[in-house]
Design a protein around this ligand. Structure first.
Ligand SMILES: [Zn+2]
Length: 301
């Protein structure tokens, strides 16, 4: 694939020999037998024949062209398999199975499948200036999107509502008495469903049992830029530890095991009306003497 993509920047197509066939784009294995292929690359195209196609009337921003075009399977001359790419034919009437197409290359090429702007009707490739790559392609970027659709548990809805009202909502198992939060739907120890009758309001003070100072690395969605603390808080008088909690107005180097903390709720100005969870800001030191209970550091749940 690296050779194939490097060749794209050079406005050439490469396939790989597999027995008496030529497979394009090159696979590492024979798609029928799974046998690993020797790296016997062969140039194909640049023109080819449309084997099948479908018309895209309204392209999305993710599509390679921003006007109507065809997706097509194009068997390049000399190849035995077809490559899928866009055909910029102007209208669906100009498309037909068996039509001849040739590549239109982009001016700027990076060794990526998008170096091929689209196929166009005819036999003649539209080549462009621009140089081949100085280095062969060894890594490939691509964009992917995954959308998860999950039902929202009713316990979670009530937990968020309670947070919006300024309460930390817990659930107590009627079997073992264990406490849960964040809208957990069942006690995994007893396999008991937890419902509104099991709800309790949790204390708003506790003690830090453990913590992590996190140095943020940039990734999409990361809003933190400076190292920040995430703490585990054992609530006062309740056998429950809230994990990975945020601290408010507390230098990282003052965060410690045994530190007494209290919940901080948002001011009206800080609240996002559409997000009840925005009402809970994090934890702030109370200034009380530290809890020196031995083994506190081991309380992670
Ligand atoms: Zn239980």
């Amino acid at each position: 694939m690296g050779a194939f993509m490097t060749a794209l920047a050079d406005q050439r197509f490469l396939g790989i020999r597999s027995g008496d066939r030529v497979i394009v784009p090159p696979h590492e294995w024979d798609p029928d037998t799974g046998v690993e292929l020797a790296v016997d690359l062969v140039e194909v195209g640049p023109a080819g024949t449309v084997e099948t196609w479908c018309w895209v009337d309204k392209p999305t921003s993710q599509h390679p062209l921003q006007h109507a075009f065809a997706w097509a399977l194009v068997k390049l001359d000399g190849a035995d398999t077809a490559i899928m790419h866009a055909v910029d034919a102007g209208s669906a009437d100009a498309m037909s199975t068996g039509m001849r197409v040739a590549p239109r290359w982009k001016q700027e090429r990076h060794g990526h499948i998008t170096d091929l702007d689209a196929f166009i009707p005819g036999e003649t490739a539209e080549t462009n200036d621009g140089s081949a790559l100085a280095e062969p392609v060894t890594m490939m970027d691509y964009n992917a999107t995954i959308t998860y659709t999950t039902p929202v548990p009713t316990n979670l809805v009530r937990y968020e509502q309670a947070t919006g009202e300024g309460r930390l909502l817990g659930l107590q198992c009627p079997g073992c008495g264990r406490l849960y939060t964040q809208g957990k739907g069942f006690c995994p120890i007893d396999c008991v469903e937890l419902t509104p009758e099991h709800e309790i309001t949790l204390p708003e003070t506790g003690v830090i049992t453990n913590y992590t100072i996190i140095t943020p690395t940039p990734y999409p969605g990361q809003t933190e830029t400076e190292p920040f603390a995430r703490v585990h808080v054992l609530l006062d008088g309740a056998e429950i530890v809230l994990g990975y909690q945020g601290m408010v107005d507390t230098p990282n180097d003052s965060v410690r095991v045994g530190m007494k903390v209290a919940a901080v709720w948002a001011s009206p100005a800080e609240r996002d009306e559409n997000d009840p969870m925005s009402n809970f800001v994090g934890w702030v030191p109370t200034g009380e003497p530290d809890d020196t209970t031995p083994g506190l550091v081991n309380r992670l749940n």
